[in-house]
Design a protein around this ligand. Structure first.
Ligand code: RFL
Ligand code: PHB
Length: 402
């Protein structure tokens, strides 16, 4: 079947879904294809923290109905190390900025519901296979896929957006000779659990411990989200619930405080990596979100970067489709400024808080010194707070990385 659309979008994660919605608001038609089922996309456990810029963006786009009711505003985080738990007060350090705890799964549910309500059942094609993008350097790039009923489709587009995550096909369709990539794999992974128990803390706790990093986050007043640094070669079979809870107890231990336990609702292990590819455009293909860059989750940046990319991309594509390519030409450089800032911040948080297997005592002492500094110097604390809340300026006028 051969059809036409203005923008073909690969991937119905936060980037692809929000892009489709922002383009619809501008009267631009999209075909959005997704390999997974709707249920799978809505259940996949991922990020939990939105910068206030992301909240403002979702609000402006008319998507914040549930977010405004259920999102939990947080004005800081705790950093725990050397037997102490110290608070970093974002509101005070950044002139009132905050973050909002609202799960990525909820953002995705809101976006899917809105696209289907506005665009009808065909607004998102779930369960596709064999997605291909071709003719990217022509004026009419082509998106091909097989739908869930086994029919093959060819969609002729004006532009294609690759929003298909780190393992998608879009980035791989760019000739290697025009892409530069930077990558760092970390020698640790995160074991994450969702637990049916009220959080034991009012704000997130990032804990440095000789046994490895731990993070206490949350999903709601009734559901906690907790992470442990583990070996990337570990599998879930070696982490029965009892071992997870006792390791969490050990890493968060503080006199007079205890961690409440509950049923484990979900359990997964995620590798940690930093990755950037540039440029984020090749001909009529534009990459957004994890398709172009990955950060380790310690800075809570991945989802926010994905949303920020498409906030820049939607007006750029609108102008391009109306004959003005200037914003589209600047797309990659504009996004990469933010991407590299978040890449640095995420790497910095990660290496400050995790234990490198086999590292000497020097690493520990350097980390502890840095942790004491960011919790005692107002300038250092303000830098962390600016980066975490996303209040660092975009630096759009600075010469771009590529
Ligand atoms: P996604 O969410 O990976 O969506 C890509 C979609 O593309 C589909 N797809 C294809 N569809 C069609 N054809 C193909 N060939 C396809 N190949 C793939 C996939 O099925 C999928 O639905 O990318 P997107 O939209 O760029 O969004 C990025 C975010 O998901 C990611 O950066 C964050 O989850 C990262 N992250 C965090 N980010 C934050 O901002 N704050 C956090 O607190 C935070 N915590 C986290 C995180 C990621 C984690 N994991 C699991 C990696 C915590 C964890 C544990
Ligand atoms: C989460 O709630 O899933 C979460 C929070 C903060 C992070 C990473 C993940 O840095």
């Amino acid at each position: 079947m051969r059809t036409r659309t203005q923008v073909g979008i690969v991937g119905a994660g936060p980037a692809g879904l929000l892009l489709s919605h922002l383009l619809a608001l501008r009267g631009i038609g999209t075909v959005l294809v997704e390999t997974r089922s709707r249920q799978y996309c809505e259940a996949r456990q991922r990020a939990g923290v939105l910068e206030d810029g992301s909240v403002a963006l979702l609000r402006e786009a008319g998507l914040a109905g549930r977010l405004d009711q259920q999102g939990l505003e947080h004005g800081g985080i705790y950093l725990q190390f050397g037997g102490e738990r110290r608070h970093v007060d974002f509101r005070d350090l950044t002139g009132g900025r905050t973050v909002t705890v609202y799960a990525q799964t909820e953002v995705v549910k809101d976006l899917i519901a809105r696209r289907l309500a506005d665009g009808g059942p065909s607004a998102i094609e779930f369960g596709v296979s064999d997605t291909e993008v071709a003719d990217l350097d022509s004026a009419s790039p082509v998106l091909r896929y097989t739908d869930s009923a086994d029919s093959r489709h060819e969609v002729v587009c004006d532009v294609i957006a690759g929003c298909d995550g780190f393992h998608g096909i879009s980035r791989a369709a760019i000739p290697a000779s025009v892409l530069t990539t930077w990558q760092r794999e970390y020698p640790y992974a995160w074991l994450g659990i969702l637990a049916d128990v009220p959080p034991s803390t009012d704000e997130l706790i990032y804990a440095h411990h000789p046994g490895g990093f731990a993070l206490h986050s949350l999903r709601s007043p009734a559901v906690s989200r907790l992470y442990l640094q583990v070996d990337p070669a570990d599998n879930l079979a070696s982490w029965p619930d009892e071992r997870i809870w006792s390791e969490l107890d050990r890493r968060f231990a503080l006199p007079g405080w205890s961690l409440q336990r509950g049923d484990v609702l979900d359990k997964s292990i995620t590798p940690m990596r930093s990755f950037v590819s540039a440029p984020m455009r090749y001909g009529r293909l534009f990459l957004a979100g994890d398709a172009s860059h990955i950060v380790p989750p310690t800075g809570a940046k991945g989802l926010n970067l994905a949303l920020a990319d498409v906030a820049v991309l939607a007006p750029a594509l609108d102008a391009l489709l109306h004959g003005d390519g200037r914003l589209a030409d600047e797309y990659s450089a504009t996004c990469l400024n933010r991407v590299w800032r978040s890449t640095h911040f995420s790497w910095w948080m990660t290496t400050m808080l995790h234990r490198t297997p086999g590292a000497d005592e020097m690493e520990t002492q350097l980390q502890l010194s840095q942790l004491r500094y960011v919790t005692s110097s107002r300038a250092a604390a303000a830098s962390l707070a600016e980066n975490y809340t996303g209040s660092v300026p975009l630096l759009a006028s600075t010469p771009s990385p590529q």
